[in-house]
Design a protein around this ligand. Structure first.
Ligand SMILES: Nc1ncnc2c1ncn2[C@@H]1O[C@H](COP(=O)(O)OS(=O)(=O)O)[C@@H](OP(=O)(O)O)[C@H]1O
Ligand SMILES: Nc1ncnc2c1ncn2[C@@H]1O[C@H](COP(=O)(O)OP(=O)(O)O)[C@@H](O)[C@H]1O
Length: 207
């Protein structure tokens, strides 16, 4: 790497964000399988998109069909999965987007490694804290049942660890409240940290 020099181009992240009327950010949703990461991130992205913001949602299931199709669920493979996703998210934030990601991301070290790629305030960790018992009772893909029968190894929460975040910016338990209220709470947070610039107003969200 010593012969490779960073090239600073003339259009930077701030200029790309300003052109889009937003301050770029990464919203990192972490939580157990079935906790509601994809649903929350998807609903938030739709609300932002419909109000003209420029977004992209990186979803674990989808990324594992392409960029990370060579990786499984050992701790080493999850590390590499999240390293790649972190770097891709960084490029997307640099392009001026509001980026949302939905990955289990089970260890603090992995999450903090991604956080370290970003400026202060530009990585927002959202812990989807829905209890394991609720996630298991939802079991939308039948994976918990398979994991309990030993048909899937290294399954998060059953046979592989999940380290609860200690300093997430936001915590949402989707077994309480409703999706609309949760999305409005996220929009209000984005407004408070000035990701969403005035004069654009989000109708119905009270912001
Ligand atoms: N062993 C095991 N453990 C956990 N999850 C498993 C496993 N095998 C397959 N799946 C499915 O893969 C989705 C999680 O992928 P991620 O890329 O988010 O995982 S990780 O962040 O690398 O830990 C996860 O999706 P979500 O349910 O949306 O979280 C599962 O559908
Ligand atoms: N905000 C929510 N409120 C109530 N139920 C939810 C919510 N989000 C998700 N769910 C339920 O949980 C299931 C799993 O959600 P999903 O978003 O696929 O989780 P994850 O991406 O974390 O695996 C959904 O099929 C839905 O039934």
């Amino acid at each position: 790497m010593s012969n490779i020099v960073w090239h600073q181009h003339s259009i930077d992240q701030a200029a790309r964000g300003a052109q889009k009327g937003q301050n770029p950010v990464l919203l990192w949703f972490t939580g157990l399988s079935g906790s509601g990461k994809s649903t929350l991130a998807g609903a938030l992205e739709r609300a932002l998109f419909e109000h003209g913001f420029h977004t992209y949602l990186l979803d674990g299931d989808n990324v594992r069909h392409g960029l990370c199709k060579d990786l499984g669920f050992s701790l080493e493979d999850r590390d590499e999965n999240l390293r790649r996703v972190g770097e891709v998210a960084k490029l997307m934030v640099d392009s001026g987007l509001v980026v949302l990601s939905a990955f289990i991301s089970p260890t603090r070290e992995e999450r903090d490694r991604v956080r370290a790629l970003f400026s202060q305030g530009q990585f927002v960790e959202v812990h989807v804290s829905t209890p394991l018992s609720v996630c298991e009772s939802r079991d939308p893909k039948g994976l918990y049942a398979k994991a309990r029968k030993g048909e899937i190894e290294n399954f998060t929460g059953i046979s592989s660890p999940y380290e609860v975040p200690e300093s997430a910016e936001l915590t949402i338990d989707t077994s309480k409240g409703d999706l609309g209220t949760q999305v409005n709470g996220l929009l209000a947070y984005l407004k408070a940290i000035e990701v969403l610039n005035p004069p654009r107003q989000i109708a119905g969200a009270g912001i």
